[in-house]
Design a protein around this ligand. Sequence first.
Ligand SMILES: *[C@@H]1O[C@H](CO)[C@@H](O)[C@H](O)[C@H]1NC(C)=O
Ligand SMILES: *[C@@H]1O[C@H](CO)[C@@H](O)[C@H](O)[C@H]1NC(C)=O
Length: 249
Amino acid sequence: MARSASSALRLLVCFAVVFLAVAGNDSPLYSVCSTSANYTANGAFDKNLRKLTSLLAAVAPTAAGFAVSSLGSGVDAYVSGLAMCRGDVSSPECGACLATAGVRARELCPHSKQAVLWFDHCMLKYSDADFFGRVDLDPQIYIYNVNNVSSDPARFDAEVAELLGKLRAEAAASSLYFAAGETGIAQAGGDRELHGLAQCTRDLPRADCDLCLGAIIGQLPSCCAGKRGGRVLSGSCNFRYELYPFLNV
Ligand SMILES: *[C@@H]1O[C@H](CO)[C@@H](O)[C@H](O)[C@H]1NC(C)=O
Ligand SMILES: *[C@@H]1O[C@H](CO)[C@@H](O)[C@H](O)[C@H]1NC(C)=O
């Protein structure tokens, strides 16, 4: 995303997963729409954006859940987009999530030339500027479970950081830039397993995947201290941890 747009979008958002339960599958976890540059309905940008989101929704499921593409040329027509599905979702789920994302992008960000939408199973990002290959850490969205762990939050937080640190290294070393796993923990409340995932967009150089995950994992104390579950979402990487299994596999 262009630098100017980044500053316009600069925000850190905290809200609770409790509200997401009622939101349903078609609603993103979060969306960010720029207001610094707008397109006109049915103009060249709009048409290219429609084509691009359909293309990405068709291609990403056939390409292990990731695609980038650009269409058009010139200020009022050029659009580049990135689509990523969570590393464990099936091709049909991936395609369905990205198709929804394309529709929702137009509804939620009706004139924005830059937007990012995050869903459970996918994310979609588009812009009128080139952004491939660059780490995008602005904004970073915090999502957490409002409920706290029942005992010893300091120790729990250390266990979360340790698991995510391990997944960070695995993700950055893997071909899919994705890692998921679990670890045994000892919580007085009876919770015995901590589950996590970490993922980067595959346009990044490997070292930048590591850097991106390091930066968002560094947000744990601000986002998720003592929380039973949490995520940090950015345009280039994200992580999630929960006290229950949440992957499809
Ligand atoms: C884009 O549209 C939004 C919403 O209608 C508006 O607030 C904003 O000022 C517009 N931006 C520009 C650069 O025209
Ligand atoms: C969790 O802990 C925080 C900080 O101690 C507290 O403000 C908050 O009310 C707690 N939440 C619940 C749901 O008990």
